[in-house]
Design a protein around this ligand. Structure first.
Ligand code: ASP
Length: 390
């Protein structure tokens, strides 16, 4: 099945100002024989070479935005429009770019594919590959900003990981969709348009990694998926969005106070794997069995998605304290409750047990930060400092 706008001709452009290796440039140009717009009809007539030179100049004044595709529903296709089910990652990056009318009016675009997966299959290996590629692109003077297309299931984790390990103030924006590219009223093209507008905007610089979905701009640290299927799903329940973007027009709100990107102490240069950290969900009658299983299988850290303020049964807490003291297991208390803080030494004595309280970070983000913290230290006091800082 084809996405309707893909029937338009894909033209390959060569744009000198944004040239860098491995580039395939795609733009959504009118098909041969298409009627000129009213603007084109009333404009003073230029000779073809002058017209081309002006168009080239206008293009080369626009920021160079690299679109890095990883798959997800934004690139997904249904077998038919009546189907609920679909396959993630069915379309490639050039097809995504071509499906958005007037995208080339915002920026000089180029694209590449780093993965083509549903983000439920995201893993440390793809994260390291993606982050290294993003860092290499950010160093290039030919890149002003990056847009990463990604599934929404784990978008909040990838965004936060990149927020901690990419090393530049240039904008990096993640975008996805809740409806596949073939759906009636697909949300991907509008989201991608807005994401490119944000990545091309000087106001996005220095704000860390951002997520653009459903006309909102979110900081990676704050954003969470909050609805299984609705297009209004990526939200920042604690702090609210970083800004709004409507048909490419942006209003910025206050920037984040936490450290990220160029000011982060974490580096993945030379890393080929990350320490294993598991999340265990607390509940009534919780036993320590899953804690033991995680450690036996190589977990160096455990995040508890605790009840309430990061709580768990006495049995689970005692086992964690034992493992923290005897084996240096890193224990993070987070919460399964969507909002509120997990503070130190409330009902559980973190100082005595050697635990870390996650503060604002939900279990998924706590896991990401714990993995990176473990590349530096296993000391819970130092890790607590890290949690307070990032
Ligand atoms: N399962 C899909 C994914 O995360 C869902 C989505 O993209 O919205 O890749």
């Amino acid at each position: 099945m084809k996405v309707a706008p893909l029937t338009r001709v894909l033209a390959v452009l060569s744009v000198a100002a944004c040239a860098f290796a491995g580039t395939s440039f795609a733009a959504n140009l009118p098909a041969a024989g298409q009627t000129p717009s009213q603007e084109e009809q009333t404009a003073p007539q230029l000779r073809p070479s002058e017209k081309e030179a002006r168009a080239e100049e206008a293009r080369s004044n626009k920021p160079c935005i690299r679109i890095v595709a990883t798959g997800g529903t934004i690139a997904g296709a249904q077998a038919s429009q009546k189907e609920y089910g679909y396959k993630s990652g069915a379309f490639d990056v050039n097809e995504l770019i071509a499906a958005v009318p007037n995208l080339e009016g915002l920026a000089q675009l180029s694209g590449e594919q780093v993965a083509n997966i549903g983000s439920q299959d995201m893993n440390d290996e793809v994260w390291l590959k993606l982050a290294k590629r993003v860092n290499a692109l950010l160093q290039s003077p030919d890149v002003d900003g990056i847009v990463i297309t990604h599934g929404t299931d784990t978008m909040e984790e990838t965004a936060y990981f990149l927020n901690l390990v990419t090393k530049s103030d240039k904008p990096v924006v993640l975008v996805g969709s809740m409806r596949p590219a073939t759906a009636v009223s697909a949300d991907g093209p509008a989201n991608l348009y807005n994401a490119v507008a944000v990545a091309a905007d000087p106001g996005a610089r220095g704000r860390g990694v951002l997520v653009v979905m459903n006309d909102e701009i979110h900081q990676a640290r704050n954003v969470q998926k909050t609805n299984t299927t609705n297009v209004e799903t990526l939200e920042s329940p604690q702090r609210g969005p970083q800004g709004l973007v409507h048909t490419g027009k942006i209003t910025w709100f206050e920037p984040m106070d936490k450290k990220n990107t160029a000011r982060s102490e974490f580096s993945i240069a030379g890393l080929d794997h990350l320490p294993r950290v598991d999340i265990i969900y607390a509940h009534a009658n919780m036993s320590p069995d899953l804690i033991d299983a995680a450690v036996k299988n190589g977990a160096k850290g455990i995040v508890i998605a605790g009840v309430g303020d990061g709580n768990m049964t006495k049995e689970a807490a005692m086992q964690l304290e034992k493992l923290a003291k005897q084996r240096g297991l890193l224990v993070i208390r987070s919460s399964r409750v969507p909002t509120g803080l997990v503070l130190r030494n409330n009902e559980i004595d973190d100082d005595k047990a050697g635990f870390v309280a996650s503060g604002e970070l939900n279990p998924a983000k706590s896991r990401v930060l714990a993995q990176l913290a473990l590349t530096k230290t296993r000391d819970p006091k130092k890790v607590q400092q890290i949690f307070n800082t990032y």
